[in-house]
Design a protein around this ligand. Structure first.
Ligand code: CA
Length: 235
């Protein structure tokens, strides 16, 4: 039994400590970073862009169309098995509006088949949405909205988040904690009532970057210097 256990442990090590990253300077490897558009795809587009970048000369450009089927994402299924940290530089063309949108979506087996943990905007601020029960983080009350922040447009922003194995969520914009979209054991987020009503602990199987709109909002986003890791990355 012992050698078998060791072999299993060794097999798990690269995955659990795994880190995937790309600066897209060698181009867009669409095998490692495939596109994702569940159910339908009409009007959205992913491309390598050499006219704007955070690092070097390349980034990935996502032209997201309005309406659900205008969605398009690209990303990776190489997700650590424990704590997950995701850091990306991103640039948005247009400001988040009152309408609900997502720019990161993650298939979440804890919620069930074809359900996602989403990061995006509503009420003009950054927010999370759990697809299975439509809960938002923060609560979209005036108090909750005030604890998150708008996403600046037209310039590169460093966006990072952490999904903990205890269900905690931490979010940083340019290395500063965004309180409204942070829920950890030991600290109280008074605007996370809706989010914490459920005991679902996210178990994501992929991370996809792009655009999805549940109203008519269209947008263009650029992504660069993406890292998915089991420990904090920083900007
Ligand atoms: Ca780059």
């Amino acid at each position: 039994m012992f050698p078998k256990t060791v072999a299993l442990a060794l097999a798990l090590v690269p995955f659990s400590l795994g880190q995937v990253s790309s600066d897209f300077e060698s181009g867009w490897d669409s095998t490692a970073w495939p596109t994702y558009a569940l159910d339908c795809s009409q009007g959205g587009k992913v491309s390598l862009d050499s006219t704007t970048a955070h690092s070097g000369k390349n980034s990935i450009r996502v032209d997201g169309a309005g309406g659900y089927c205008g969605h398009i994402f690209f990303g990776t299924t190489k997700v650590p098995s424990g704590d997950v940290y995701v850091r990306t530089y991103l640039k948005a063309s247009r400001a988040l509006t009152d309408s609900h949108v997502s720019f990161i979506t993650m298939p979440d087996s804890a919620q069930g088949s074809k359900k996602h943990l989403r990061i995006g905007g509503q009420s003009r601020i950054l927010m999370y949405n759990r697809e299975s029960d439509d809960a938002t983080l923060p609560d979209l009350s005036p108090q909750g909205i005030a604890t998150s922040t708008a996403l600046p447009t037209g310039s590169w922003q460093c966006f990072e988040y952490h999904l903990g194995t205890d269900g905690s969520v931490e979010t940083w914009l340019n290395n500063s904690t965004v309180a409204g979209i942070t829920v950890t054991k030991g600290t109280t987020n008074p605007n996370a009532a809706q989010w914490t009503r459920s005991r679902v602990v996210p178990k994501i199987t992929a991370v996809y970057f792009g655009w999805e709109s549940y109203g008519g909002d269209a947008n263009t986003f650029w992504y660069d210097d993406i890292v998915v890791s089991s420990s904090r990355i920083g900007c």
